[in-house]
Design a protein around this ligand. Structure first.
Ligand SMILES: Nc1ncnc2c1ncn2[C@@H]1O[C@H](COP(=O)(O)OP(=O)(O)O)[C@@H](O)[C@H]1O
Ligand SMILES: Cc1ncc(COP(=O)(O)O)c(N)n1
Length: 502
């Protein structure tokens, strides 16, 4: 594991400087350490105050770490003053770390100087010690002694000039250019053309606090491990892109918020009690409800074929009404799905419910008019429409999962029992076959997979909500299964009236 030292300033909101560096090092698989150059009172809206500790304290920190730990890479960020620059330069000259990445921090994204004006010249003396420098466009202009580049071509020209003059690699970053794209180019001294140019669409977010810190530290960490600059920039960039894409979910601060450094590792953090899939945890959560479903008279009698046919008819009629709503819920998920495969899955499911499952109802119910929907049917229907219509896709997908999963489980278990008991032909064999069909089990696995994927990138609040709606769905399934027998027991006359339908 590369041991990476960040020499930088602080950010109490955790998005830039030291905090961003340590998170980025860890995210890229390194061991992070930090020497503090300046204590910065800042937040996502700007810089409020800066305290620079005495330079002897900085020297002592540098000495403390390098006299004890072998350093595989160093990232230098905010320096702030001439004295700090000189102390760091002397230390770099003495220690000669195998990899040094310098982010020439001058101004915070949210505004506020982080380098005194008189220190800009001193900073130039540090550049030859760096293997890579990562200036943004205004910083590049200062290093090049020119006005900020207004075009990408101009930025590349300035970058090449700086690379030649100081004999170091330069990552020219186009984040500050206007427009829909964010190109970056890696330049090397002695080469007229960039070693590599990256060009991606801009991520639509204003939460970009600490992107420069994070990128430079991530590159230093990957290079320390691989020695490959092009690969390291590429890896760090695509990781940072994910961090930007998930930044809005963090809800940190009211200004330019930070990026999500551990977006790629959410799946391992899904729940403290689960080291497996998110849906594994859901299945454990609903163990009690599943036990109750298994012992319901309705389910036992459905399995052994003793369920009175009028009770089954009433159940099927409620189910027909429920499935009409379920189909709409799946269609809503198809419309909200974040990927083509999820869209196709739910769109297909919405159609399948109408055609395949309702065939069972048509043959069994012989076109009988619907009975009034029970309270359970209404509650379950309202719940599904609300979860899939007005909550996020992830929450909606978790809400429809019990209907797949519990039916597949009940269909599978009852078919096994019926086979073991030699019940052939089974009075409800067509129902069992529908929910024990390989296609239905496959659909259940796909639905679980979609929920797992959604959970992997969801924030903790959304995942908690996903668990809540999944459990609510399971409880409503239990009540839905219980209702036909409960109602038949409570209202013998209603049973008699439905009897006529058969
Ligand atoms: N909205 C965005 N979408 C995609 N990439 C971005 C976005 N904003 C910044 N970046 C990338 O983040 C990195 C640092 O950005 P930049 O704003 O240029 O530097 P700094 O944070 O030092 O001011 C660059 O790789 C840049 O391309
Ligand atoms: C201590 C410190 N160092 C650097 C930055 C620059 O942040 P950005 O990466 O957004 O330019 C910052 N705001 N604070």
């Amino acid at each position: 594991m590369p041991r990476v030292l960040s020499i930088a300033g602080t950010d109490p909101t955790g998005g830039a400087g030291q905090a961003a560096d340590l998170k980025s090092i860890a995210a890229m698989g390194g061991y992070g350490m930090n020497v503090i150059t300046a204590v910065v009172a800042q937040n996502t809206k700007g810089v409020i105050d800066i305290h620079t500790p005495p330079v002897r304290v900085l020297r002592a920190q540098l000495e403390a770490v390098s006299s004890d730990v072998t350093l595989d890479a160093v990232k230098v960020g905010m320096l702030g003053s001439v004295e700090v620059i000189e102390a760091v330069r002397d230390w770099l000259a003495e220690v000669k770390p195998p990899v040094t990445v310098l982010d020439p921090v001058m101004v915070a994204t949210a505004g506020g100087r982080l380098l005194r004006a008189e220190a800009q010249t001193a900073l130039l003396s540090l550049l030859p010690f760096a293997d890579l420098i990562t200036p943004n466009l205004p910083e590049l202009a200062v290093l090049a002694g020119a006005a900020p580049a207004g075009t990408w071509t101009e930025a590349l020209r300035q970058g090449q000039d700086v690379a030649e003059r100081f004999g170091t690699r330069v990552l020219v970053k186009g984040g500050h250019l206007p427009g829909a794209r964010t190109p970056d180019a890696l330049l090397e001294p002695g080469r007229d053309e960039p070693v590599i140019v990256f060009d991606d669409p801009r991520v639509a977010t204003s939460n970009t606090h600490g992107t420069g810190c994070s990128l430079s530290c991530a590159i230093a960490t990957v290079v320390a491990r691989t020695g490959d600059w092009v690969g390291a920039v590429s890896t760090a960039r695509s990781w940072l892109r994910g961090a930007l894409e998930h930044a809005d979910g963090l809800h940190v601060g009211r200004g330019n918020g930070p990026v999500h450094h551990f977006h790629h590792a959410q799946h391992v953090l899904v729940d403290t009690d689960s080291h497996g899939r998110f849906t594994d945890a859901l299945w454990r959560d609903c163990e009690g409800v599943r036990g109750e479903i298994d012992t319901l008279d309705f389910v036992a009698q459905l399995g052994n074929g003793t369920l009175p046919s009028e009770t089954f008819q009433w159940y099927l009629d409620q189910d027909r009404q429920y499935l009409a709503v379920y189909s709409r819920a799946l269609a809503a998920l198809a419309a909200a799905a974040p990927s083509e495969s999820a869209r196709a899955f739910f769109a297909h499911g919405a159609a399948e419910v109408v055609t395949v499952e309702s065939a069972l109802h048509r043959t069994r119910l012989h076109g009988a008019p619907p009975q009034p929907a029970s309270e359970v049917t209404k509650t379950y229907s309202d719940f599904l429409l609300a979860a899939t219509g007005s909550e996020t896709f992830a929450v909606g997908a978790a809400a429809v999962l019990p209907c797949y999963w519990l039916y597949a489980a009940v269909g599978g278990a009852l078919t096994e029992k019926a086979r073991a008991a030699g019940l052939e032909p089974h009075p409800y064999g067509d129902w069992l076959a529908t929910y024990n069909a390989p296609g239905f089990h496959l659909a259940t696995e796909r639905a679980k997979d979609i929920v797992d994927r959604a959970a992997a990138t969801a924030d903790p609040v959304t995942r908690r909500r996903m668990r809540e709606v999944f459990m609510r769905g399971c409880e409503l399934e239990l009540r839905f299964f219980a209702e036909p027998v409960r109602r038949a027991g409570a209202r013998p006359f209603a049973v008699a009236s439905t009897h006529r339908v058969c």
